[in-house]
Design a protein around this ligand. Structure first.
Ligand code: G16
Length: 578
């Protein structure tokens, strides 16, 4: 006897103005009908032949022109994920730091975390299933995870400012509709705002008000309270220039500004009114090129900030009086934050352990400074914030940042309870209570769901103001070792494989031995290679005692990658003499 499972299916969709929330009317139908509908729906979103998609470091990323079928299928998958978790999940359409013609999609779990790793395989399987096999691919996931398909599903959706965003959103919504899922399309948001919204919604408001306005209010209120008792400053100037990467971060910073009143004078440049997204600007450009973005006029010492295309990364920089560019990247941000939170924890008298999580890209000086001077334990994770996030959960207060400026701080539930209790404990000395109160406000200011350029920017401004530091004072904490990051195009980047948090190459044969020999030639030399999870390239990182040596080491390692891993095009050329 065949099993007939009845569940709901959309028959009518209506839009309501403010949040473009979609109200959906259902009728019942059979599961086999839905799977058949999913296959039928694929006709409008056909999968191109000969392309293999993979859920990479941060979801699917590719040329936007080939992503339509992936978005449709991710609509189907998001509905299943929501049913499996019995909660609202989210889908962000962005290619973040990648060029404007690219786009991408990533799924966000109910508490605003990245999609659970075991589901990345399901995402890849579904994205690569032939159109006619979509039904069986869905059935495999339903069986593997044991999903009760009769449960409702609900999905939050947002996108960055890329022109390809609206049609790709439509493909995603088509997938959701076929599955009978309810959804809310928030339009343009930063990636961290979407993470915040889904967490607020699922935690029934305990994390904050589940609206974009609620996000600004939560951050601004904490920021203003933390600044309230600030006395006169000698070095810290409440004036900052933001490079918005011509993306969503610029638009949303403008919205935040009115909530900050006169506390901070922000000039937003690269706001998308003329230049292209991430072109010669943004956090990735500034970090990799180690120079200021186009479109900014900078006075010596002026503190500047660069966001990336979806505002989940931030780096700071300034030019000194001799015109020398100085970068304050994710490593400098994490040491600043860990140092300040560490002081507050000791001042509060609470027993909480603080740790920092980095990746292999972290500057060697930062790791030594954290371990040897600050005496803070440091863990190394694979690239991708999802990996750092997991490691950071091992601490009461886990500060995690990639050198590229992507990161945040996690407070364990127990730490959060202790801090809040101490802030309200009248029997405590007032200095201890005051420190705990500041920690509570820092928890509100930090977007704990994911790295958030806007929130991280406000956290750094708070600490600099409290310490009365100019950017130069912050920079003097430790001196970065010169480094260089290069990318090499090869036939198949998966030919490069790594282990030990990507610090050691296990394939192709002979590559790690060659890297070891090259590294040994340079004072304080260090280098590693890894296949990118967001671009079709192999990344090469090197650091050494001088910039010329770091550049040369990176070049020599690139040549090895090119020769041993099947380089495409011309062999890399040595760096030009400065
Ligand atoms: C994404 C990830 C980051 C990662 C970066 C580069 O950033 O979220 O964790 O560091 O890609 O990854 P890969 O070297 O594998 O290309 P974003 O800002 O683009 O989302």
């Amino acid at each position: 006897m065949s099993k007939v499972i009845l569940y709901f299916r959309v028959v009518q969709v209506s839009l309501c103005s403010t949040w473009r929330q979609v109200r959906i009317v259902y009728s019942t139908c059979k599961m086999s009908d839905i799977l058949a509908e999913a296959v039928k729906g694929a006709a409008a979103h056909p999968r191109p032949e000969g392309i293999q998609f993979a859920y990479g470091t941060a979801g699917f990323r590719d040329k936007s022109t080939i992503l339509d079928p992936v978005l449709y299928r991710m609509g189907l998958l998001a509905a299943l994920r929501s049913k499996a978790k019995k909660a609202t999940v989210a889908v962000m359409i962005t290619a973040s730091h990648n060029p404007e013609p690219d786009n991408g999609v990533k799924l966000v779990d109910p508490m605003g975390e990245m999609l659970e790793e075991s589901w990345e395989e399901h995402a890849t399987d579904l994205a690569n299933a032939k159109d006619e096999d979509i039904g069986s691919a869905l059935q495999r996931i339903i069986d593997a995870v044991d999903i009760d398909i009769s449960l409702p599903s609900d999905v939050f959706v947002a996108r960055d400012t890329r022109p390809s965003g609206p049609p790709l959103t439509q493909a995603l919504l088509d997938g959701l509709k076929v599955m009978g899922s309810t959804f809310t399309d928030f339009g343009i948001l930063t990636t961290p705002q979407l993470h915040y919204l889904v967490r607020c919604h699922n935690s029934k408001g305990a994390y904050g008000e589940p609206t974009e306005e609620g996000y600004y209010k939560k951050l601004a209120q904490a920021f203003l309270k933390l600044r309230k008792d600030a006395g006169a400053k000698k070095k810290y100037e409440p004036v900052v220039i933001i490079d918005g990467a011509n993306g969503v971060g610029a638009l949303k910073t403008r919205k935040l500004q009115s909530h900050l009143h006169e506390s901070l004078r922000i000039t937003v440049c690269n706001d998308g009114s003329s230049g292209k997204l991430n072109e010669k600007c943004g956090a990735d450009f500034v970090k990799v090129q180690q120079k200021p973005p186009a479109g900014l006029e900078i006075q010596p010492g002026q503190r500047c900030v660069s966001f990336d295309g979806d505002a989940d990364r931030v780096v700071f920089f300034y030019v000194n009086k001799d015109g020398v560019f100085n970068l304050l990247d994710g490593d400098k941000i994490s040491t600043l934050i860990a140092g300040y939170l560490g002081e507050l924890v000791s001042a509060s008298g609470l027993q909480l352990n603080i740790g920092v999580v980095q990746t292999a890209y972290a500057n060697g000086s930062s790791t030594r400074y954290l371990e040897d001077v600050m005496k803070v334990p440091v863990s190394c994770a694979k690239t991708g914030v999802k990996h750092l996030h997991h490691k950071a959960l091992e601490f009461d207060v886990g500060v995690y940042f990639e050198a590229n400026g992507h990161g945040t701080v996690l407070f364990s539930d127990q730490a959060e309870q202790k801090i809040k209790a101490a802030s309200q404990d009248d029997s405590l000395e007032s200095s201890k209570r005051e420190a705990a109160t500041r920690l509570t406000l820092m928890m509100d200011l930090i977007n704990q769901t994911v790295g958030d350029a806007i929130s991280d920017f406000l956290v750094v401004e708070t600490i600099l103001s409290t310490r009365d530091w100019a950017a130069e004072d912050w920079n003097m904490q430790y001196r970065d070792l010169p480094s260089r990051l290069l990318k090499i195009k090869v036939k198949d980047r998966t030919a490069v494989q790594t282990t030990d948090a990507e610090r050691c190459a296990t394939a192709p044969a002979g590559l790690q031995e060659a890297i070891n020999k090259l590294v040994a030639k340079y004072q304080q030399g260090r280098s590693f290679v890894r296949p990118s999870g967001t671009e079709d390239v192999v990344r090469v990182f090197a650091e050494a005692d001088t910039q010329a040596n770091a550049d040369m080491l990176a070049h020599e390692v690139s040549v090895q990658v090119y020769q041993l891993a099947g380089g495409v095009g011309d062999q890399p050329q040595p760096p030009c003499a400065p």
